[in-house]
Design a protein around this ligand. Structure first.
Ligand code: GLY
Length: 367
């Protein structure tokens, strides 16, 4: 067996830096949920397009508690989790997995309190209401005829709710959503489309599309990272080998197309992109690859996924990405991208990038 390489000391430094940045954020702006920075300063009232990020701040506070054992982080994490509880009934977004898996799932795993689990189950049931029988998918927030690859990160909570409450119909909805996504949005080369459009009358899949990528037929990096992570999670929840195969195909595409440092541009196919990096996609991919390293049946690929995840984290811990040497930058990771066409969070810190970066660091240091 090959020896495990020494853990980069920058990982611990990054978590110390993150704790300082988050301490400042929650002290200066209590009960606020910024989504992205503007010139490095948290933007408290900017356009959000859709409200999908409110779990990532509480999620980071839970991760800091799990990492440090310091009660101050647990108190803050509980507080920021409670603030979003009413969202368990929110039918306007397809993102209840993002909100509640990062917060209430961590909280429940740490405490086993049934009332906390009930919030997770309700959020999963609310997500299930998005299901379109014609087309066999849970629709995106944008329109009933729209399916997003991002929903693969949120379907896990539907499986969870179904399994916890022994609801076979809800589990069937979650399964059918995943199979439709796999058929309509994952291509033969392992790349993914951001969006699929369906005919509401017949349920026929009409075409691939994109909101945040370059083109309908291109590969948007964050969507690819959502896919490799999300299909892996669903394999873990179901044991269905089709989803492991898909997750590994998506991972292979990510690794083949990304420069050696591990951080992709916003879209691999866009010629001459104005910005070289989409760091949040890299953070999500690192965390998803660490999961895949444990899920795959192949020892060689397990090693490959873990090594690649560490390479990404090494890169994200350099001063080019980690803001610890950038005076007055309020975020943790630089060079994230939210919505380039709308001009939102372009080359900035983004709240989900921070969350998945901390999650990946936590996994390397503790799991
Ligand atoms: N709305 C999810 C994303 O921007 O990735």
């Amino acid at each position: 067996m090959m020896a495990e390489p020494c853990i980069n000391p920058r990982y611990e430094e990054a978590l110390v830096f993150a704790a300082g940045q988050l301490d400042r954020l929650v002290t200066r702006h209590p009960d606020q949920f910024p989504m992205y920075t503007r010139s490095g300063v948290w933007n408290l009232d900017g356009e959000s397009w859709t409200n999908w990020c409110e779990g990532f701040l509480g999620g980071q506070l839970w991760l800091l508690y799990q990492h440090s054992g310091d009660e101050i982080w647990r108190v803050r994490a509980e507080h920021y989790s409670r603030l979003i509880e009413p969202r368990k009934l929110d039918r306007n977004v397809h993102d209840l997995g993002f909100l509640f898996w990062s917060t209430y799932k961590r909280w429940y795993d740490l405490t086993g309190v049934p009332a906390i689990n009930e919030v997770l189950i309700q959020a999963g049931r609310t997500m299930g209401l998005r299901f379109k029988e014609k087309g066999q998918y849970m629709c995106s927030f944008l329109a009933e005829d729209s399916l997003f690859i991002d929903i693969m990160m949120n379907v896990g909570i539907v499986f969870y709710a179904a399994q916890q409450s022994k609801d076979a119909e809800l589990e069937s909805i979650a399964l059918r959503h995943c199979l439709t996504t796999r058929r309509a949005l994952v291509r033969g080369d392992g790349s993914t489309a951001h969006e699929g459009i369906f005919d509401l009358g017949s349920g026929e899949f009409l075409r691939q599309s994109t909101q945040q990528g370059w083109r309908a037929d291109s590969a948007w990096a964050r969507g690819q990272a959502w896919a490799l992570y999300g299909f892996g999670t669903v394999y873990g929840l179901t044991g269905d080998e089709r989803f492991l195969e898909t997750a590994e195909a998506c991972a292979r595409f990510y690794m083949e197309r990304t420069p050696a440092h591990g951080v992709p541009p916003n879209d691999w196919d866009e010629p001459h992109p104005a910005y070289a990096y989409e760091s949040s996609a890299a953070a999500i991919a690192a965390s998803g690859l660490l999961n895949l390293a444990k899920l795959t049946h192949d020892w060689g690929r397990a090693r490959l996924y873990r090594d690649y995840a560490l390479k990404i984290l090494d890169t994200l811990c350099t001063p080019e990405f980690l803001a610890d040497q950038t005076p007055s930058w309020e975020g943790i990771l630089k060079h994230g991208m939210y919505h380039q066409r709308k001009g939102l969070g372009v080359d900035e810190s983004v709240m989900w990038g921070e969350y998945f970066f901390l999650e990946a660091l936590y996994k390397v240091l503790h799991e």
